[in-house]
Design a protein around this ligand. Structure first.
Ligand code: BGC
Length: 567
């Protein structure tokens, strides 16, 4: 008996020790590669023309085969879909067009079985105007949900003539939506009119405006509690975290974001204590601030480097990855390196290949597999957390001229539908996305007879799909190329082409060279003092690297990318 007790306590001791050491090792998301899915467009399992959770489940082996570690998807909660599901009517249930809560639990189970993590989207700053909380809030002042939203009798003078921007963070006239509700003449919105802002309080409530409550007031505190419930509800069902929509939007009239950061410090602290294996990824677009707020990952918005638009349909703006070679590096470099150095060792930056709000990599005349490989090389060799937007791995095209689908286009934005079209699986009906008739499809499938698809690219060893896999294998095999490996621009920032940068960790060193232009280029960089140079990605015919002193010399063909390992 005595021995049995001793054995049990030894096992318990061992268990505690193992637990303790697991806690000190880096969390999974610090070196993860994500894949973003837009659920209505990924795979339709029941033939109604809209992608669903069972469809995603059918494709988990494909997702796994890419070499990614985690999936995140845009909201799948009950919604009237006036903004693609970013207008949530019930945070606690999956919308029936995607399946049921049980289907989501089953998807999580299957994903975990295959070694994939799964994150949802937390729309924290606003709900749908059809959410029962809002409907009740509109009725009067003393109801359970009354203070979940902000109601005002007037547009205050200080808001008049002001336009709200992400930078000024002041509520301008444009954020007051007129209403005939008994509760008040106006409510504050976050994005579209149908998205009333949840009440997280004001940074500095103005005593003459009684609707401006402090962050600690009962209403805003109840909203925080509700959102913690939402997070717990899904975390307890096994999901691995959330991408947090418009995370910086929550506290009102907060220039500098001090109060917003404080609220998030509290929420992130609570989350880390309760779910140490979970992740909250900020959509803040300011890693310096989101890092202070306690987020381990934040996106950086596409800048002149890849973006082709000023807020709408594809516009052929000057872009670094275009073939004309008219792009520049300086603005992007200054913004990125400022954020990179400010957050190094504290949090990670994500540079996604694309998303549901922006044109795809394949847009306009940036459309050949070779061009897309150059851009993909950039995204998968930069530090931080790569996110591949579904379809970018096969080079799906940003479609122009589409109609407004569920708020893809509206007061706040122009065409986003072009990046949300059905995934192209094969050359069968509707590219293998759905058995539905054309008119029932969520959005039309690219009609180009030469459109890329998974089946075709699986068969072609030189496809973008197989190149993406190769880059991910390489990234996974190396500390230098991992999220926290060092990064340094080696080429002259004022001579944008070719772009040359290094990634290193300890004695491991890689040199990456990108030439998106239509011309062969030569460049010299201060010597890296290495003797052995091996090409690990890119074609051996695409150029070469000659070591020397004081300069190493590079030659790279038009529209090419090269990755060298230096020893
Ligand atoms: C999402 C958009 C959405 C908006 C409002 C954004 O950050 O990515 O798709 O329309 O938030 O929720």
């Amino acid at each position: 008996m005595k021995y049995a007790v001793r054995l049990i306590s030894m096992i318990a001791w061992l268990f505690v020790q193992t637990g303790a050491s697991a806690q000190t090792s880096a969390p999974w998301f610090e070196n993860a590669i994500f894949y973003q899915i837009y659920p209505p467009s990924y795979k339709d399992s029941d033939g109604d023309g809209i992608g669903d959770l069972k469809g995603i489940r059918e494709k988990l082996d494909y997702v796994k085969s890419l070499g990614v570690d985690a999936i995140w998807f845009t909201p799948v909660f009950s919604s009237p879909f006036k903004d693609g599901g970013y207008d949530v009517a019930d945070y606690y249930s999956v919308d029936k067009r995607y399946g049921t809560n049980d289907d989501l639990v089953e998807l999580i189970r299957k994903a975990h079985e295959k070694g994939l993590k799964l994150c949802l989207d937390l729309v924290i700053g606003h709900t749908s105007n059809e959410n029962p909380w809002f409907l009740e809030s509109a009725k009067g002042t003393n109801l359970r949900y009354s203070d979940y939203y902000i109601w005002t009798p007037v547009i205050p003078d200080e808001a008049k003539g002001i336009k709200s921007t992400r930078d000024n963070n002041i509520l301008g006239e444009d954020k007051y939506v007129h209403s005939n509700a008994p509760r008040g003449n106006y409510y504050i919105k976050n994005y579209y009119d149908i998205q009333p802002a949840l009440n997280f309080g004001y940074a500095n409530p103005n005593p003459s405006n009684p609707w401006e409550q402090s962050v600690d007031a009962p209403g805003p505190q109840a909203v925080q509690r509700e959102m913690k419930n939402v997070i717990s509800f899904w975390m307890d069902k096994g999901i691995d975290g959330f991408r947090v929509d418009l995370a910086s939007s929550i506290v009102k009239n907060d220039p500098g974001k001090k109060a917003t950061i404080r609220v998030w410090q509290g929420l992130n602290h609570w989350f880390k204590e309760k779910y140490p294996g979970g992740v909250l990824i900020a959509e803040w677009f300011n890693p310096r601030q989101s890092s202070e707020a306690g987020f381990p990952i934040d996106f950086m918005r596409e800048t002149a480097l890849v973006s082709n638009r000023q807020g709408g349909e594809f516009e052929p703006l000057v872009c670094y990855f275009a073939k004309d070679g008219k792009g520049q590096l300086k603005d992007w470099y200054e913004q990125f390196s400022d954020q990179y150095h400010a957050t190094k060792g504290k949090s990670l930056i994500s540079l996604p290949t694309g998303n549901h709000d922006n044109p795809r990599l394949n847009a306009g005349d940036r459309n050949t597999p070779d061009q897309l490989k150059v851009a993909m090389t950039f995204f998968l060799t930069m530090p931080g957390v790569p996110v591949i937007y579904y379809g970018d791995e096969i080079g799906m095209k940003f479609l122009t001229g589409l109609y407004n689908k569920e708020g893809s286009q509206g007061e706040a934005t122009k065409n986003r539908a072009g990046s949300r079209t059905p995934m192209q699986w094969d050359s069968t009906k509707n590219a293998g996305f759905s058995a539905a008739g054309f008119w029932n499809l969520y959005l039309p499938v690219d009609k180009d007879p030469d459109r890329p698809d998974v089946a075709k690219e699986e068969r072609d060893p030189n496809s973008l799909l197989n190149y993406t896999r190769e880059l991910l294998r390489l990234r996974k095999s190396s500390n230098a190329l991992s999220a926290a490996g060092e990064w340094q621009l080696l080429s002259d920032v004022n001579k944008p082409y070719p772009m040359v940068y290094s990634r290193y960790a300890g004695s491991e060193l890689y040199c990456i060279i990108l030439n998106p232009t239509g011309k062969k280029l030569e460049a010299a960089i201060p010597t890296l003092r290495k003797n052995k140079v091996s090409l690990v990605a890119g074609s051996p015919q695409a150029g070469n690297y000659k070591t020397g002193s004081p300069y190493d010399r590079i030659s790279i063909n038009a529209v090419s990318a090269l990755v060298f390992k230096m020893e």
